[in-house]
Design a protein. Structure first.
Length: 130
């Protein structure tokens, strides 16, 4: 079964919700960057996806935190997009890991961890939605 990806409208909604909830400047710095982040998990070669579901989820995170397409809320939008993508595809990460996940996003930005580490973290702490 093909993954369900987030649309541009989904991403903009997620960002808006994050800004409304936690505050910050709602404006966009790079609209093409947002579009690129929307497409980044969909990378294929010869018709096959290059990443598994968790790699795709982390592709949202990596793209948003390194491209920084919004004025504010890039890390929050990155994590919310990642978790929403997993949820749309039948998996959830227990809320007890929320703070640790937020810290790992910062660790990704500062290169203390890599995308594979974050992908493995999500894989081992998620479960199918019942």
């Amino acid at each position: 079964m093909s993954p369900k990806f987030l649309s541009l409208d989904d991403i903009l909604f997620i960002h808006s919700e994050e800004i409304n909830t936690a505050g910050g400047e709602p404006n966009i710095r790079d609209s093409e960057g947002i579009k690129a982040c929307t497409e980044s998990p969909k990378t294929t070669f010869d018709g096959d996806y290059l990443l598994d579901l968790y790699g795709m989820a982390v592709a949202y995170v990596s793209c948003f935190v390194f491209r920084h397409p919004f004025i504010d809320g890039n890390k929050r939008t990155a994590l919310a997009s990642c978790l929403t993508f997993l949820y749309l595809n039948g998996f959830e990460v227990n809320e007890e890991h929320d703070e640790e996940l937020a810290d790992l996003v910062v660790d990704l930005v500062t290169k203390k961890i890599d995308a594979n580490f974050l992908s493995d973290f999500l894989r081992t702490r998620s479960s199918p939605i019942s």
